[in-house]
Structure formats: C-alpha cells, structure tokens
Design a binder for this molecule. Structure first.
Ligand SMILES: Cc1cc2nc3c(=O)[nH]c(=O)nc-3n(C[C@H](O)[C@H](O)[C@H](O)COP(=O)(O)OP(=O)(O)OC[C@H]3O[C@@H](n4cnc5c(N)ncnc54)[C@H](O)[C@@H]3O)c2cc1C
Length: 421
C-alpha cells in the first residue's frame, strides 16, 4: 500500500482524510482548521475575516451541522457604507439610497450600455461596464476593488465571479432606484453559523477525531528520493503527497522543479489580510457585515460576530484590511489608523472602544488576475506528475469557498486512492 501523506490540516486536508483509510497528516501550526480556525482572544472567538456558511451542498451541510448547535439566518443583513450614507446591498439594485445627482448619473450610464456582447468581455472591468454602466463601475466597483483586491478591475479575470456577484438585471436596477428591493436573490441571502467556538465550531469535532502531527512545517521536498524535510529537522519518506501548501511557496520547497515553472510562481498574487478585533459596550450597527466604499478609509469590511449570536452584553466587531503582497506594513500603525477611522465613521469616543487584538495573514485572498491560470497550471501539473497533488484554496491558488476546499481534498483523495484500494 502507498505511503500517503497529507500536508495541511485545513479543510482540504480534512476532506482528504475523510476519504482515506490510511494516511498521516502534518501541519505547520499548533492548531487545525487553517483559514477556517477561530482564535480565542479575551474569551471571545475571532475568525480570520468574515466567515459564514452559505453552502447549498446538502451532503456537506449534513456533515458540518451534525451534532452542533447553529444559527440558521434566513435574512442576511448587510449594507454598504458610502461617505456617511447606508446604501443597500448590492449597490446597483439600491440606487434609491444615492443622492439625486448620483442616481441620475448611474441611470444615464446604464441607459448608454450597448448590447451585452460576451466576446468583447475580456476582464472584470469590461464585465462591470457592460452590466452596470460606467458610473457604478468607476465610483463603486473600481474603488472597492482597489481596497479589497488591491488592484484595478481591468487586471482581474472573470473566473471568480460565480457565487460572488449577481448577474445584471436591468429591471431590478431601475426598480431599486425608486423602492427597496428584497434581497432574496443575493448570493448570501441566508447562511449558517455555529452557536459556539466561532466559525471553527463547524469543524472542531471533525478535527479532534484525527491524529495530526502539529508544528511540522514542510521545509523541503525531494521528489527524486521521495523525502519530506520539516523545519523541526524531522525527515519522512512518502509515495504520494496531498498538499495544501500554498502553490507560490512550492517553488522554494521543491528544488527539482524546473526554473521556468518556478519563475511563473513569482507572478501569483494574493492580498495580505489584517483583522482588527474590537468590542464595545453597545451595538452600533445591526447588520452582520458592512462594506465600506469610502476611498479615504482603508477598512474594507466590518464583520460582527455578536450580531450572529444576538449577544446583548458585548458588541463584537472585526475590521478587515487588505494590502497587496509587496506592501511592507507597520501593523501597529495600521491598527491605530483603522481604529481612528472606525471611531470617526461611527462618531464614537475613543474610550468607547476596547482593542482586543489582531490577526494577520500573509495570504488572505488569492487575486484572480488575468495571468493566474497561466502562472499556476504548469506548477500544478508538474507537481502532479511527481506525485504531489495540490488541493485547496492556496494549494491550487484559486479562490474557493469552504465547502469547495473540503471537496477539493476529498475528490483528490478519491482520485488518487482509486489506484491504491
Ligand atoms: C478573508 C476570507 C474570508 C472567507 N470567507 C468565507 C466564507 O464566508 N465562507 C466560506 O465558505 N469560505 C470562506 N473563505 C474560504 C475558506 O476560508 C477557505 O476556502 C478554506 O478555509 C481553505 O481551506 P484549505 O484547506 O484549502 O486552506 P488552508 O485553510 O490554508 O489550509 C492549509 C493548511 O496547510 C498548512 N500549511 C501551509 N503551508 C504548510 C507547510 N509548509 N507545512 C505544513 N503545513 C502547511 C496551513 O497552516 C493550513 O493549516 C474565506 C477565505 C478568506 C481568505
């Protein structure tokens, strides 16, 4: 029987383990869950950026909801903040919330849209302009893309839109200029969230039944001799590896990878994520999360775990900030600026805020730029030829939701174990 090694105890690693009979898991952190982990700070749980479960996959839902208490929110509350005004989500269906002049400009530019011709759509900017018109594209999506993805809309491809953006509906946009629209067709109109342990509450029991070798960070993989060397000095042999190691890191880990393929990995882009965790003694907004469109405020999104749980005593809010991978950030300075902006935004006093802590991720969102596929595919294919099977969000360097990450590992294990069992 092949000696099968799983690297990474995130959701893709969990999916792989749930399919296999015999395997070993190695994980660099001292805890499981990867990006789906919830960190305890001052007796409260904090996720690595807003995480909710909006999966429509019944098998996956049955698995994660079994034996836990959870909220099933059927009426997601989210909004956009735009220079002091609340504009409904999504912006294009809630033009009623804009000032008169902005609303007229948005409708005029909508009217100017030529026929939607799929062959002329080369990037996200083309898609936005063809779907929502110039005004909404320039004043909202371009600004938010700069804050969230740290790039221009013209640099992004279209392969990440599914499940994130809503298909254009001209009638809805016009109706939304006059009256409130119901949100039932929005991507996140309902969701699940655990009652305990933060988002990780969905997975805690599943990981606790797995034997995981923590504090084992892969340092080098020798594909010729089939040896993995960990940072802690341990060496192990393998026949096959299911790896959720970020693809971008694999160039430095696998010496035998051809130089031309390694060079392409340098072109892969991700944002760095900084999450600032605060509490207040009173609720300051009722939404589950808010997007901030103001150009002069670095915070992209506010996420309130206590609004998931109706915690009446403490208002818990996380500020999300994203930076491109090259920016050197002074974390303390960024936290201070973010808190000051937050105080200004909600007209609070500084002493009403308790700073709980922060979380930082070198890789948060994978940037779906136009070269993502051509930069990632050669390495994924070469590794596979060498019995290293990349899975998951960073493993394959493609944005996927939690259920897809789980399935990515599960299906890969199924594929490679067919030849084993
Ligand atoms: C900001 C943000 C918000 C999100 N919100 C949602 C949401 O609302 N709903 C949803 O469904 N999904 C959401 N997601 C997606 C979801 O978090 C991911 O799809 C999922 O957690 C990815 O799991 P994974 O196993 O692929 O990767 P990871 O979680 O990154 O797991 C990989 C594991 O490998 C380990 N590892 C890495 N390198 C090494 C090494 N060299 N040696 C040993 N171990 C290593 C890591 O420590 C980690 O534990 C969000 C993602 C982001 C970035």
């Amino acid at each position: 029987m092949d000696n099968l090694i799983i690297i990474g105890a995130g959701l893709s690693g969990l999916g792989a383990a749930n399919h296999l009979k015999e395997y070993e898991i190695y994980e660099s952190n001292s805890y499981p869950g990867g990006h789906a982990y919830s960190h305890k700070q001052k007796d409260l749980y904090w996720d690595e950026g807003a995480h909710i479960c909006h999966s429509k996959n019944n098998d996956y839902l049955n698995l994660i909801l079994k034996n836990i208490e959870f909220h099933h929110e059927k009426n997601t509350l989210n909004n956009n903040l735009y220079y002091g005004a609340k504009v409904g989500y999504p912006i294009q269906n809630n033009l009623k919330d804009l000032g008169f002049e902005d609303k007229v400009k948005a409708l005029v530019s909508l009217h100017k849209i030529k026929n939607f011709n799929p062959s002329s759509i080369k990037n996200y900017r083309d898609w936005l302009k063809a779907s929502y018109g110039d005004f909404i594209t320039e004043n909202f999506y371009e600004v938010f893309t700069k804050k969230y993805w740290n790039c221009k809309t013209s640099e992004l491809s279209l392969d990440w839109l599914k499940g994130r953006l809503i298909q254009p509906n001209i009638e809805k946009i016009i109706r939304g200029s006059f009256e409130k629209q119901n949100q039932e067709d929005t991507v996140f109109s309902e969701f699940y969230y655990p009652k305990n342990n933060g988002y990780f509450g969905f997975y805690k029991n599943h990981f606790s039944s797995k034997k995981i070798n923590f504090n084992h960070k892969v340092h080098k993989i020798n594909c010729k001799n089939k040896v993995i060397t960990f940072k802690n000095g341990v060496n192990i042999n393998y026949d096959k590896i299911i790896s959720s190691i970020p693809l971008k890191d694999m160039g430095g880990i696998v010496a035998e990878m051809p130089k031309s393929i390694k060079a392409k990995l340098h072109g892969l882009r991700a944002t760095q994520g900084l999450y600032v965790n605060l509490t207040l003694g009173h609720k300051i907004f009722k939404e589950h999360w808010l997007y901030i469109y103001d150009e002069n405020i670095k915070i992209s999104r506010l996420f309130s775990q206590s609004n998931m749980s109706n915690n009446k005593t403490i208002f818990q809010v996380q500020l999300e900030l994203y930076y491109d991978e090259k920016t050197k950030i002074n974390i303390n300075k960024e936290i201070e600026t973010a808190i000051n902006d937050f105080v200004r935004l909600f007209k609070l006093k500084r002493n009403e805020i308790n700073y709980v802590g922060h979380l930082y991720k070198k890789y948060s969102y994978v940037v779906a730029d136009l070269n993502r596929v051509s930069n990632s595919s050669p390495a994924i294919n070469w590794l596979e030829e060498n019995h290293i099977y990349q899975v998951g969000l960073y493993g394959r360097w493609k944005y996927i939701w939690s259920d897809e990450a789980y399935l990515s590992g599960y299906k890969m294990a199924q594929k490679i174990s067919n030849s084993i069992y």
